[in-house]
Design a protein around this ligand. Structure first.
Ligand SMILES: *Cc1c(COP(=O)(O)O)cnc(C)c1O
Ligand code: SF4
Length: 353
């Protein structure tokens, strides 16, 4: 072949191979387009004056926020509760006593890479280190994700271990965020799990329905309900303002697909540390069919000390919810105490006059 013919040939093969790679779905495109530059994000939000307060050395946990989530922020508001969850700040670099890289001792409870087994009947799988958003308070921000299995074949060891444990009846897909997996990959793992007779339920913990609502599709719901395992879905919203626009509609769609959908929040200084904020979050959740499950006391991870609300204050805030909401809408206030057989509930009953 002469050179021109060769060029033409390679152009054709390039086009063909481009056509053969599966088309990216909308949510994958949205994830690829997420905000990653603090300067561009702050410019967009009319808050460029905050730029000097953003540290330049957070490369191992950089800014990441999808467009949908950012659309729910209020431009010009430096104290926006959604912005505060994702904007890196100087306080993250402080080394605060009592705050550690692995505050909940996940590493001590990991019999195999990719698997955390703390509670007798349920096992948590670290499906990936990838998330659609980087929450600045995340307790797994220093997690050694490199070690987790990468291919479905590498999951064989984990599945074997699970098959040998008669006590486990529930598997929790966590991460990172399991919904950054494609539907077909999720479906394949769930199908393999369904072959283990003692498993009854598959639980998914994901922040994507809130931060990247495009991820909720019929194909996803089909993948979750494709086996005999009962799905349970736990979303993660911290503030009522997150339950708006497309997220509101897509989460409601998820909740109407028939399996339980619960919410888990973290009590965060400057985000949801008031009775009003907590009550409004719970109301917005139950209005779209989501049951408030837990409000977690902050895990004391390095870099998140500025988010901590003392437990006594947390008890006052969450204790006030009972008089404002239907009983089923009141979340339990819990803390992860290493070495315990379950989360520890913090009782919030206020003294009656
Ligand atoms: C929190 C957690 C669970 C789930 O606990 P629930 O109280 O059932 O929500 C399971 N495994 C690990 C390792 C956990 O940290
Ligand atoms: S989505 Fe979850 S795992 Fe990912 S950064 Fe946020 S809190 Fe951490």
């Amino acid at each position: 072949m002469d050179k021109t013919a060769l060029n033409a040939f390679s152009q054709v093969t390039q086009t063909i191979s481009a056509d053969l790679s599966p088309p990216k779905s909308l949510w994958q495109k949205e994830l690829a387009a997420a905000w990653r530059s603090p300067a561009e994000l702050l410019e967009h939000l009319d808050l460029i004056e905050l730029l000097p307060s953003v540290p330049s050395d957070v490369q191992e946990f950089p800014l990441l926020a999808p467009h949908s989530f950012v659309r729910r922020m209020q431009p010009g508001n430096p104290a926006d509760p959604l912005l505060r969850q994702i904007l890196p700040v100087q306080s993250e670099l402080l080394n605060t006593e009592g705050f550690a890289a692995d505050p909940v001792h996940d590493q001590d409870a990991s019999p195999l890479p990719g698997m955390i087994h703390k509670y007798a009947n349920r096992v948590l799988l670290i499906t990936t280190g990838t998330c659609a958003v980087h929450c600045r308070y995340c307790f797994r921000r220093h997690f050694p994700y490199e070690a987790a299995p990468r291919s479905l074949e590498q999951w064989d060891r984990v599945l074997e271990e699970l098959a040998g444990d008669r006590d486990v009846d529930e598997v929790i897909l966590s991460g990172g965020d399991p919904l950054t997996w494609t539907d077909s990959r999720l479906q394949k793992l769930i199908a393999r799990l369904a072959e283990i007779p003692q498993l009854e339920r598959i639980r998914v913990h994901s922040r994507l329905p809130v931060v990247l609502p495009e991820r909720v599709t019929d194909e996803l719901i089909a993948a979750l309900t494709s086996t005999r395992l009962q799905p349970v879905f736990v979303i993660h919203a911290n503030h009522g303002q997150e339950i708006a626009d497309d997220a509101r509609n897509q989460i409601q769609r998820l909740a109407r697909s028939g399996f339980p959908v619960l919410n888990q929040a973290v009590l965060l200084r400057g985000v949801n540390d008031s009775v009003d904020a907590q009550a409004e979050l719970c109301r917005r959740l139950i209005n779209i069919g989501v049951i408030p499950y837990y409000v977690n006391q902050l895990d004391r991870v390095q870099g998140a000390a500025h988010f901590e609300v003392p437990i006594e204050e947390g008890r006052r805030i969450l204790g006030a919810l009972k008089d404002l909401l239907p009983g089923y809408a009141v979340p339990r206030y819990v803390i992860d105490v290493p070495g315990q057989g379950s989360k520890t509930e913090i009782v919030c009953d206020l003294p009656r006059e």
